[in-house]
Design a protein around this ligand. Structure first.
Ligand SMILES: *[C@@H]1O[C@H](CO)[C@@H](O)[C@H](O)[C@H]1NC(C)=O
Length: 260
């Protein structure tokens, strides 16, 4: 009997406990879809590392969740969800929705600093990502762009899955799990490769850890058309020699011919 109660409890716990999400600095993070409490008052708090809490939003008189305090200017609550705007690095951490003081949803927000990386069209570029893999239950490494996979490498057998467009153009360092270097090596960079790239390690069930992000810019290769004609012109004028030499020769020839 007790195991039934236990498994129901486990299912119940897992039905709301976590939600991992990432947002880049200054972007808007959707913390949650609308949270509804049945009659009880809803609140949203921030859980800090020192176990203190900061109120983020609370239900007003009509039961609608409203941002409070310093979040008044940065929190948008509308029919599509709860949004935290202009994300800063201190927004990293856990957020908890409560119904009458009982937690119903915990969200972990991970704030990413996007580094700018540039490449020339056709060249190889490396997007950095690092994570401690030694003694960690890292199952695979995944890179994504525009919400689609770029590469996924399984640790157990080094099996590689590629996102379309990236087949045979992307790789990780062969000893990535020894070095903890999960940087993405992208070969033959194309203009369409431009965009934000996200790196994650997948540990255990669904946990995405140690994310890193890079904003790739690909520069077009120019064929320098302006130098070629000017070079030609220079060598022509050199070959032609000084104008006065021609004038003297022409005059001499003219005089000689006239004399004859
Ligand atoms: C809700 O707010 C977010 C963030 O400001 C915005 O992007 C979204 O369009 C809004 N949705 C509605 C339905 O107003």
């Amino acid at each position: 009997m007790s195991w039934i109660v236990l498994s129901i409890l486990v299912i119940f716990l897992f039905s709301f406990v976590r939600g991992d999400l990432t947002a880049a600095l200054t972007e808007t993070a959707k913390l949650s879809s609308q949270v509804k409490c049945h009659q009880e008052a809803a609140t949203l708090v921030r859980l800090l590392r020192d176990s203190s809490t900061v109120p983020v939003a609370a239900a007003s008189v009509n039961g609608v969740l409203k941002p409070v305090g310093e979040y008044s200017s940065r929190l948008d609550i509308n029919s599509s969800g709860v949004f935290l705007k202009d994300v800063n690095y201190n927004d990293n951490g856990h957020y908890e929705f409560l119904c009458s003081g009982t937690p119903v949803r915990i969200i972990r927000l991970e704030v990413l600093v996007i580094s700018d990386i540039s490449a020339s069209e056709g060249n190889t570029v490396k997007l950095p990502c690092f994570s401690v893999t030694l003694g960690e239950p890292v199952e695979s490494v995944q890179w994504e762009t525009k919400g689609k996979p770029v590469i996924r490498v399984k640790r157990s057998n080094q099996m590689v899955e590629y996102g379309e467009r990236f087949k045979d153009r992307v790789s990780l360092s062969p000893d990535w799990d020894v070095l903890g270097d999960l940087s993405l090596i992208l070969e033959r960079a194309q203009l369409e490769d431009q965009g934000d790239y996200f790196c994650y390690v997948l540990k255990g069930s669904q946990e995405r850890g140690d994310p890193a992000a890079g904003r790739l810019k690909v520069h077009q290769m120019h064929i320098e058309t302006s130098t070629t004609p000017s070079n030609t012109k220079d060598s022509c004028s050199e070959r032609r020699g000084p104008w006065w030499l021609f004038a003297i020769v022409a005059t001499l020839v003219g005089v000689t011919c006239f004399g004859i």
